[in-house]
Design a protein around this ligand. Structure first.
Ligand code: ZN
Length: 415
């Protein structure tokens, strides 16, 4: 076993153990605080809701624990266990190994295996946990049609995409990674452009916001914030889940603002305005652009790294492959990248929480901070989000600040 294999194992096992320890800390912390609503929420959240949130958090943590262990085993079987090499050999019986068709087949098969691996977890989450806590609205029939549409979309878009990427790696010489990167960026921009009008409607119905009073409020807020959108829509999120949300999608003039029907059911007009002002805060602070400005050079660096790694035979042998073609390198890279990226999670979470605070700050200027607080309290309560996460777990994983800290800051901003 070479040094890289040992390093990979250390990251794989270390990451899984760290993940389990964090989950365990969180479960203990939530259970220890299960019997008392934190003082700041005592007036607004009943004990029964608080306990339901604790039980929901624990139920999901148990499933996550199983997922962490199973995922480590899955990655191990495919790499050191020779699984990917076996898939490679199986396709080699029908397609010339190293060729474009073989490469697409190998990567496509890896995608299908990954999907099959996730399937039981998705089923338990949706039809056991979400159902038990009253969030699931998905029928088995809708689940099947969703899955069929996702598979068709994945095949229709994913397979040609893979073919182009592999073709670029083989045809563009040493600097292929620059071409793949440019193609990948362009593709992502295209998806952002067409998502709201062509892809999202395959899964949900979008109807123009009909409530005239709310519409006038929202339009006044948009004008105040200098935000131009192509429409205000309500999405039938209630078809699948009772969880509520608001977001905007699209680029440039194609931007749309979308409210989940479940959100509009729960919040009054002032609260909806405050939640939207928070979303506009993300836009005003250019959070999406900043994320892209980080991800674009980072992905270029990763592709350049891949270009280097696939010339090294130790990279393949360390990860259980005898084949050394481009598609195999790409497959291995996608499998092991999350393993090595795990320690970056706290930094990315911290960055995301910083953005949430900035968006809250903006919302407090453009709308009523007190209304954002009352909206958040309703959402924490109705979504059974815990108010008492373990601080270390939260610092590592949470994209949003813990409820108590977030609300304390908003209250300080309230005039
Ligand atoms: Zn936000």
């Amino acid at each position: 076993m070479n040094a890289f294999a040992l390093l990979f194992l250390a990251f794989l096992i270390g990451g899984a153990l760290a993940g389990l320890v964090l989950l365990r800390r969180n479960v203990r912390h939530v259970q220890a605080h299960r019997d008392a609503v934190p003082a700041a929420f005592a007036a607004s959240i009943p004990l029964a809701s608080h306990q339901r949130a604790a039980d929901y958090t624990v139920a999901r943590a148990r499933l996550s624990g199983v997922h962490i262990v199973a995922n480590a085993a899955f990655v191990l079987v495919l790499t050191l266990g020779g699984g990917l090499q076996a898939v490679h050999d199986a396709w080699a019986a029908v397609l010339a190994p190293g060729g474009l068709a073989h490469g697409v087949a190998l990567l496509g098969a890896l995608g299908v295996l990954g999907w099959l691996f996730e399937l039981p977890f998705v089923l338990v989450r949706t039809f056991v946990i979400e159902k038990k806590f009253g969030f699931n609205r998905m029928t088995p029939r809708l689940f099947v049609t969703d899955t069929a549409r996702e598979a068709a979309l994945g095949a229709l878009i994913g397979l040609p995409l893979l073919a182009v990427v592999l073709w670029l790696t083989q045809s563009m010489g040493e600097r292929w990674w620059l071409w793949v990167w440019a193609f990948w960026l362009g593709f992502n921009l295209l998806v952002m452009l067409v998502w709201p009008t062509f892809i999202a409607p395959l899964f949900n119905n979008f109807t123009p916001l009909a409530d005239a009073a709310l519409k006038a409020r929202v339009e006044a807020l948009l004008a105040r914030c200098g935000f131009r959108a192509k429409g205000l829509f309500v999405m039938d999120g209630s078809r699948r889940s009772a969880h509520g949300n608001a977001y905007f999608t699209g680029l440039g003039a194609a931007k749309r603002i979308v409210f989940f029907d479940t959100l509009l059911d729960k919040l009054d007009a002032d609260e909806v305005e405050a939640v939207l002002a928070h979303e506009l805060g993300h836009f005003r602070h250019r959070h999406l652009l900043r994320r892209l400005a980080f991800l674009a050079p980072a992905s270029l660096g990763l592709l350049a790294l891949l270009g280097e790694l696939m010339q090294q035979s130790w990279f393949f042998t360390a990860l259980g492959m005898q084949a050394t073609d481009v598609a195999s390198a790409l497959a291995l890279f996608m499998l092991v990248l999350p393993v090595f990226a795990f320690p970056l999670a706290p930094a990315l979470s911290h960055w995301s929480r910083k953005h949430e605070y900035e968006a809250d700050h903006y919302a407090a200027q453009q709308a009523d901070a007190g209304k954002l607080v009352s909206a958040l309290v309703k959402l924490y309560r109705d979504n059974a989000a815990t108010l008492t996460p373990d601080p270390l777990y939260s610092r590592f994983h949470d994209s949003h600040p813990p409820a108590a800290l977030r609300i304390a800051r908003l209250q300080a901003l309230q005039r």
